[in-house]
Design a binder for this molecule. Structure first.
Ligand code: COA
Length: 186
């Protein structure tokens, strides 16, 4: 099968450089801490955030609802899972009274003082209001609570909006890596 290579940046934030205070969420939005009962909500919002995006080519499970559920189960059952760094964003629709899930992020501890951010996503219709930046800030505060010093993430270099967001927050590129993906044209 043909193979494609995606260039990715490994980025890092040093929590000892400090963190902005948590600010109030935009009107009608809420940030909720991890609770095992929310596993399906995280999986569903992960799927809706990633299904039409570049990273669904890099990690095909992100473009598939069952794949996202399997991934969420796998992440949340890992020994290094960091519940404090795992958040769900919900929108309380004032017109319908419904609650819609619209953002997710999860945290893992990869070494004693190193945390790794997993799959931050905001559903397309809710982007550009600062939710991604606030969700990252909640996640970083959660890692701080858990006693981590360095927080890392990996981002596909062509995902320029996400790269800009991380740089603005204060993440710096540590190194460039390449992820090989088998392309199935069938
Ligand atoms: C990356 C992602 C999480 C960003 O979410 P977001 O909620 O749009 O992020 P923000 O609103 O905080 O910032 C995005 C832009 O909105 C702008 N913005 C920030 N606060 C704003 C506000 N209050 N009002 C309007 N715009 C705002 C920012 O300046 C930024 O602009 P830029 O593109 O010029 O840098 C989202 O695009 C996403 O889910 N993408 C698909 C999944 C993905 O690729 N995830 C990253 C994997 S590594």
């Amino acid at each position: 099968m043909p193979v494609a290579y995606f260039q990715r940046y490994r980025m890092r934030y040093d929590l000892w450089q400090g963190l902005p205070d948590l600010t109030q969420a935009p009107e009608n939005y809420r940030f909720g801490r991890w609770n095992p009962k929310l596993l399906h909500h995280h999986a569903e919002v992960k799927f809706r955030s990633f299904r039409n995006e570049l990273d669904a080519n890099v990690f095909p499970c992100l473009g598939d609802a069952d794949g996202c559920l399997r991934l969420m189960k796998e992440i949340s059952s890992r020994q290094g899972f960091v519940p404090q760094a795992t958040w769900l964003v919900q929108y309380h629709n004032p017109q319908t009274g419904n609650i819609e899930n619209c953002g997710t992020v999860q945290g893992l501890r990869s070494q004693k003082d190193v945390g790794a951010i997993q799959n931050i996503g905001i559903v397309a219709g809710h982007r550009g209001h600062g939710l991604g930046a606030q969700l990252m800030n909640h996640c970083l505060h959660g890692f701080q609570e858990a006693g981590v010093r360095f927080v890392t993430l990996e981002v596909t270099s062509h995902n320029t909006g996400a790269v800009r967001l991380y740089q603005r927050i204060g993440f710096r590129v540590l190194k460039t890596v390449f992820k090989s993906v088998e392309i199935d044209y069938g």
